[in-house]
Design a binder for this molecule. Structure first.
Ligand code: C2E
Ligand code: MG
Ligand code: MG
Length: 473
């Protein structure tokens, strides 16, 4: 790792020439460090004293001095976002120059008591000295972000960058330098997930979430190899004829001990690390295979709805994957319906539009899932090749207690009809909601009150027995 070590100050007079430290890091000292009354080493011979750490000597010393003085402080890690992407596009030497400029802005912002060093290509670690109170740390972090983010003019090349800060508090979060550095980096990941402020304080809860995510990422790979993914199917009913007209395939993960883990616990992780593309292929193949089996068993004409992530549209040849699955199972394109959430459509609109257009052209039906939970933008309603709107269950959640809710749901249905879309009501649970489904002008309904998602054999029984015509009426 190429590290650079700074001791930062506004006081230009104190600046000295960089010196090369024994470990090869560039060191700039603005002020002489106060003497330590104990030895802090960072060489291998000192590993008993200071466990393996990527923090350099001065930061470690700053933390230990705070400890000796009984002061509270914080370790901050400031990261240049998307640094790798920038250097890939603009070159290594651009990256090196950029970091020098960021370093200069950082130096201008920090006070004489603060100590900073570069701990990786795109990260600086900072220990704040003489904090009046720990609460001040987020405002300091915000100021650092504000200073270091923004436009950089490097001669021929100009760029804008964003920076983020992860914070670990000393001593509340930990006392060992390496532990604090790790926690500040965990907090940085929290900054990526969280609000747009770009700064985040470490918490145990965040650490546990990330540990679970790391475990789950490995578990997803294992589960695929060990054939532990399974699909449950939830019937979709025709509102008039009260027949089952389709199924929605909903993926579950069977843990090693046999419980079923719901998709909300792993789909976001799979979307985050790209595994959803592989998993999504499996879901499409398996759902098509199952539909063909039901056809053979005489279960009648049915459509199969499959949830797809936009990553599948962006990162693989979805047309090819679907064509293969359709051909292998002997189905036709119009047997398949793809469900994409409204939020996801918006995020990747151009590619999504193109791929969905091609699939729609071949006969695949396209549905917007959870409609009404995102921005409900009308732009894509007119632009995208849609067949069906799945009205989110929140629309009918309160129809018995809130007359306004009925009006809103009814208006949505009228609008969708006017635009020529079919409508399915999600989350039909109660007798009143079933009644609303019958009278509201919706085409289809789906919900626990009609049928829960179930394993394929239970669904087959439902399909082969006459009581599957189930809507109250
Ligand atoms: P979704 O696509 O909106 O699926 C409907 C979810 O609502 C299902 O949860 C279903 O069990 C639940 N549900 C159905 N009827 C009712 C009802 O009456 N009341 C209530 N409270 N809930 C009802 P599930 O199976 O836990 O799936 C959650 C989400 O996970 C799905 O929401 C979908 O976004 C995602 N998902 C599931 N399978 C896949 C998949 O194969 N690929 C992708 N990309 N996402 C999937
Ligand atoms: Mg769905
Ligand atoms: Mg839904």
């Amino acid at each position: 790792m190429s590290t650079m070590h700074l001791n930062l100050s506004n006081d230009r007079e104190l600046e000295r020439e960089p010196v090369i430290a024994e470990n090869g890091n560039r060191v700039i000292r603005n002020t002489p460090l106060p003497p330590l009354d104990f030895d802090v080493g960072d060489g291998p011979e000192n590993t008993n004293l200071v466990p393996a750490t990527t923090l350099g000597r001065d930061l470690t010393a700053a933390l230990q001095r705070a400890g000796v003085a009984g002061e509270e402080t914080a370790l901050l890690v400031l990261r240049i976002n998307d640094y790798r992407k920038l250097t890939e596009t603009l070159g290594e030497s651009f990256g090196i120059e950029l970091v020098q400029h960021v370093e200069a802005r950082l130096r201008d912002r920090l006070r004489i008591y603060d100590v900073a060093e570069r701990v990786s290509d795109d990260e600086f670690a900072i220990v704040l000295g003489r904090l009046d109170k720990l609460d001040d740390v987020t405002s300091v972090a915000s100021r650092l972000i504000e200073s270091c983010s923004g436009g950089y003019d490097l001669g021929e090349l100009k760029t804008r960058i964003k920076t983020a800060v992860g914070i670990a508090l000393y001593p509340p979060d930990g006392e060992e330098p390496d532990e604090l550095l790790r926690y500040a980096r965990v907090a940085l990941q929290g900054a990526d997930e969280g609000d747009r402020s770009g700064c985040h304080i470490f918490s145990r809860e965040l650490l546990e979430r990330q540990q679970r995510r790391v475990w789950m990422e490995a578990e997803l790979e294992r589960a695929l190899l060990e054939d532990r993914f399974t699909l449950h199917y939830q019937p979709q009913y025709d509102a008039d004829s009260r027949k089952i007209v389709g199924m929605e395939a909903l993926v579950r993960l069977r843990s090693e001990t046999g419980e079923l883990i719901p998709p909300d616990d792993f789909i976001p992780i799979a979307e985050n690390n790209g595994f959803i593309v592989t998993l999504g292929q499996w879901v499409i193949r398996e759902a098509c295979r199952q539909l063909a089996l039901w056809r053979e068993a005489g279960c009648g004409p049915l459509r199969m709805a499959v949830n797809v992530s936009p990553l599948q549209l962006v990162h693989e040849d979805l047309v090819h994957v679907i064509t293969e699955a359709i051909e292998a199972s002997g189905l036709v394109y119009s047997d398949l319906e793809l469900e994409i959430t409204e939020q996801q459509m918006l995020e990747h609109s151009t590619v999504v539009e193109k791929v969905l257009g091609e699939l729609h052209g071949r006969g695949v039906r396209i549905a917007i899932d959870d409609f009404g939970t995102g921005y409900s933008s009308f732009v894509y309603l007119s632009r995208l090749p849609l067949n069906l709107i799945k009205m989110d269950r929140s629309f009918i959640a309160n129809i018995t207690t809130d007359p306004r809710a009925v009006q809103v749901a009814t208006a949505m249905i009228v609008m969708a009809r006017e635009l020529g879309f079919e409508i399915i009501l999600e989350g039909v649970e109660t007798a009143e909601q079933q009644q609303f489904l019958k009278t509201s002008g919706c085409d289809f309904g789906q919900g626990f009150g009609l049928a829960r998602p179930q394993a394929p054999d239970a669904i087959e029984k439902l399909l082969l027995e006459p009581q599957y015509l189930k809507i109250a009426g």
